[in-house]
Design a protein around this ligand. Sequence first.
Ligand SMILES: NC(=O)c1ccc[n+]([C@@H]2O[C@H](COP(=O)([O-])OP(=O)(O)OC[C@H]3O[C@@H](n4cnc5c(N)ncnc54)[C@H](OP(=O)(O)O)[C@@H]3O)[C@@H](O)[C@H]2O)c1
Length: 235
Amino acid sequence: MESVLITGANRGLGLELQKSFHSGSFITFPVVRTVEAAEQLQKQFPSGCFPIVADLTSDDSIEIIKTNLSRNTDSLDIVINNAGISGSEFLIETVRTEEVNDLFNIHCLGAIRTTQACIQYLRKSDNPRVINISSRLGSLSRMASGEFKNSGFSYSYRMAKAAQNMFTICLGEELMKDNITVCAIHPGQLLTRGRSTDADTDPAIAAENIYKWIRKVDINDTGLFVQPFVQNMPW
Ligand SMILES: NC(=O)c1ccc[n+]([C@@H]2O[C@H](COP(=O)([O-])OP(=O)(O)OC[C@H]3O[C@@H](n4cnc5c(N)ncnc54)[C@H](OP(=O)(O)O)[C@@H]3O)[C@@H](O)[C@H]2O)c1
C-alpha cells in the first residue's frame, strides 16, 4: 500500500486531500495541531489513518513526526506540505513584522521541518514525492506582471509563498539525484476558511484533481509549479 503524509489535514483543502487519498486506499498520516482534531480524524477514518499531533511552527515537530512515522511505517511515498495561515496587512504603514514572521514560519519553515522529518522514509519509497501547496500569489512572475495590483493581498502571504517556492526549487535540485520528485501546486481559489475574495472552487474538487495529478507524477516532473489539469504556473 502507498502512503502519504498531509499537513493541515483537519479542515479545508487538507481534509479533502485526506479523504481523496484514504478513498484511494493510501495509508495516511494527517498532521494536525490538536488532540481533538486527531481524535476526530481517527473516528472519521478508523482504518489506515495515523494522525500526528504537531505544531509545525516549532522545531519540536520534527522529532514528533519522525517518532510517529517510526511506529507505523518503514517508508513514505508522498509528503504534502499544505498547512498554512492567511495574512492581512497590505500597506507598508501597517504591515507588522510579527505577521510576516508567523507566515514565513509556517509556509516555509513548516515545509522544511516536515520534509526533514520525512526524508529518511521518502528515501525508502520507489516513487517518492514532496508536494508543496503554494499559491498563484507566490509567483514572482505573475506578481511582477501587475496582475494582482491593488488587490489587497497581504505582504506576509505573498512573501511567505514566494519563499516557499524558492524552497521547492532548491529542494528539487538537491533531491533530483535521489530520485525524489519535488513540485509546487496552486490549488485554485478555494471556498475554505483561508479563502480569497475571488474564491470560486469547491476544495473537494480541487483535492480530487490534486490527488489524480500527484499519482501520475515522477522524477521527470520535478521542478514543476502547476494548477493540476488547469495550467502550468510561472515561478
Ligand atoms: N484557500 C485558497 O483559496 C488557497 C489558494 C492558494 C493556496 N492555498 C494554500 O492551500 C493550503 C490550504 O489552505 P486552506 O484554504 O485549506 O486553509 P485552511 O482551511 O485555513 O486550513 C489550514 C490548515 O493548516 C493548519 N495549520 C495552520 N497552522 C498550522 C501549524 N502551525 N501547524 C500545523 N497545522 C497548521 C490548520 O490547522 P488548525 O485547524 O489547527 O488551524 C488547518 O488544518 C495553504 O497552504 C494555503 O496557503 C489556499
